[in-house]
Design a protein around this ligand. Structure first.
Ligand SMILES: [Fe+2]
Length: 377
């Protein structure tokens, strides 16, 4: 039998102490005894008890005083006072409720069974309370463990998310570098186009923004504009770099660059989104363009935007055999060709908002030549 709960018995008589100790010990309690109330209180000070039983005789053995004092050291204890007659310890009837409950039993043999029953119930209650406390403690520990796991999981998820975000940013940077590398490859092949790809991308971006192009598509549009002439990689140097005018056969070859670019882009997954800009930037609003002879709204919007940016840059920048046109003249040409070569609504935005002016100062002195002015190729 485990003796997890303690009892203290105070009685002046040795025989009675022995008898009470035996009774309480039989209920599984670890019993301490004391023949004086002072000694009993000292014992309680050093080790609180769960059950306190004290004899009481007014004037000679102050059991009630002991039980009242024990509240300080053993506040939750079951307190029982044994009196010689029902009239003893009458002061218990006038005690305030908050002063702790003291049960009064008459110290005669017939009351012993009541004492055993009472303490037995008390021990059951103590066991229940202990079990409940243990349960609460376990639950609290489990909850702490769970919280620690959640915190750990949260940290791991945050770390992984950060790593993924970092990787994504690195991948995007690598993609950009790869795409810009391709653009540089085009420009390296044809030195006259130096800066042209960047300017077309810049004009395309600003025109797209002003025309209400979806924000989430702007990055793809920028790449598309940057790499719209990627197909020129496949054009013979003799044609691409020819200083003079091209003959009919050479023009036919030159005009293959959108499809050549499309074929290149179709083989590289990250270039798939820009395929419309590459293939269709030489389509014309009236259907006179190439390679698919698309008309008006059938031409992908990105291609219509790039076509205007491409034409404007061709006109507004110096070439070896043709000086740059002033902004107003470039705008006049664009307006004249609106609805024939280019999307009239986009031309309207480009001219009315003076979009050519926005980048003119930055790019005007850069050499360029994409081999095709607004009215050529
Ligand atoms: Fe082109």
């Amino acid at each position: 039998m485990s003796r997890r709960f303690r009892a203290l018995v105070a009685h002046p008589q040795v025989e009675a102490l022995g008898e009470l100790a035996e009774l309480l010990g039989g209920l599984g309690l670890a019993v301490e005894t004391s023949r004086s109330t002072v000694e009993a209180l000292n014992k309680l000070r050093s080790q609180p008890a769960h059950v306190i039983v004290s004899y009481h005789v007014s004037g000679s053995f102050d059991g009630v005083g002991l039980l009242e004092s024990s509240i300080l050291h053993s506040p939750e204890a079951l307190r029982i006072v044994l009196v010689t007659s029902p009239d003893e310890a009458v002061e218990l009837d006038y005690r305030p409720h908050h002063a702790g409950i003291i049960i009064r039993l008459v110290a005669k043999p017939s009351e012993r069974s009541r004492l055993v029953a009472l303490v037995g119930e008390g021990v059951k209650l103590l066991n229940l309370v202990e079990e409940q406390r243990e349960l609460v403690r376990k639950l609290s520990l489990d909850q702490q463990k769970l919280q620690r796991r959640e915190t750990l999981l949260d940290v791991v998820v945050k770390e992984r998310t950060k790593e993924l975000e970092d990787s994504y940013v690195k991948l995007k940077i690598a993609n950009r570098q790869a795409l810009f590398g391709l653009a540089e490859a085009i420009e390296a092949k044809d030195p006259y186009t130096k800066g042209h790809c960047g300017r077309v991308a810049a004009y395309s971006l600003v025109l797209a923004r002003e025309a209400g192009y979806p924000l989430e598509g702007l990055e793809t549009l920028e790449f598309g504009a940057f790499l719209h002439d990627i197909g020129k990689i496949g054009i013979k140097d003799a044609v691409l770099l020819k200083p003079g005018p091209l003959d009919d056969t050479e023009w036919i070859h030159m005009r293959e660059h959108p499809v050549k670019g499309y074929d290149i882009a179709s083989k590289i997954e990250m270039l798939h989104p820009i395929m419309p800009a590459v293939r269709n930037h030489h389509e014309r609003w009236d259907g006179s363009g190439y390679p698919d002879k698309m008309k008006s709204d059938d031409i992908p919007l990105v291609a219509r935007i790039v076509a205007i940016a491409d034409a404007y840059d061709a006109m507004s920048t110096d070439r070896p055999y043709k000086a740059a046109l002033p902004l107003e003249e470039c705008e006049a040409v664009l307006m004249k060709t609106a609805g024939k070569m280019y999307d009239p609504d986009l031309i309207d935005v480009f001219v009315k908002r003076k979009l050519g002016e926005l980048y003119r100062e930055d790019y005007a002195d850069l050499p360029y030549d994409d081999g095709q002015a607004a009215s050529s190729s």
